[in-house]
Ligand binder design. Structure first.
Ligand code: IMP
Ligand code: MG
Length: 185
């Protein structure tokens, strides 16, 4: 039976309101600074597009793509860059924009890679935080919503590359054998 998604766990309206709040916060925090907002593809694409338009500063934009580490996430597993930034981040204020922080491996690894390039600052903004699933410690500067340990789709998040265009966040149901790590970013 194919997985189905049920009612929203975060509605379109809730996302809209929260993104405006985060946008205002970033606008305040980064006033007069040289802000580069980095979208982590593919998952952050929808959130990113809405968030950058809620920031009232002349920011620069850039993107990167990370590989999936496949099933059975372990802290030893490597997350690799499939496509890198085009901007030089040395001396600049950078915010990494992610769809969801789950095990924490992706963000932790990206923080390591980009800290080595000497940005002035490096922050993380995630639409969703699934803290229960964390296997490595990471600090997130801006969080949209804390969610329980459920597999969610929509608003950029996929299940086997589908459902990213769902305009709200829903839990996949009746997908008994969904492996939480079996998704490509
Ligand atoms: P982490 O490295 O385990 O923190 O995983 C981060 C990535 O896993 C995110 O960028 C998502 O692409 C993906 N991911 C984690 N949880 C979910 C989920 O519930 N639905 C869809 N994708 C997810
Ligand atoms: Mg994904």
């Amino acid at each position: 039976m194919p997985p189905v998604f049920g009612r929203p766990i975060v509605t379109q309206k809730q996302v809209e309101v929260r993104i405006k709040e985060i946008g205002r916060q970033i606008t305040t925090d980064y006033a007069e600074r040289d802000l580069l907002m980095v979208g982590i593809l593919k998952g952050a694409c929808i959130f990113y597009a809405d968030l950058v338009r809620a920031v009232r500063l002349p920011i620069a934009v850039d993107f990167l793509t990370v590989s999936s580490y496949g099933s059975n996430a372990k802290s030893s597993q490597k997350v690799t860059l499939l496509t890198d930034l085009t901007e030089d981040i040395a001396g600049r204020d950078v915010i990494l924009v992610e769809d969801i922080v789950d095990s924490g491996l992706t963000i932790k690894h990206l923080q390591e890679i980009f800290s080595a390039r000497n940005p002035k600052s490096l922050a993380v903004c995630a639409l969703l935080n699934k803290a229960e699933r964390r296997i490595v410690e990471v600090s997130i500067d801006y969080v949209g919503f804390d969610i329980p340990n459920k597999f969610v789709v929509g608003y950029g998040l996929d299940y086997q590359q589908r459902y990213r265009n769902l305009p709200y966040l829903a839990v996949l149901e009746e997908a008994g054998d969904v492996d939480q790590d079996l998704h490509a970013r």
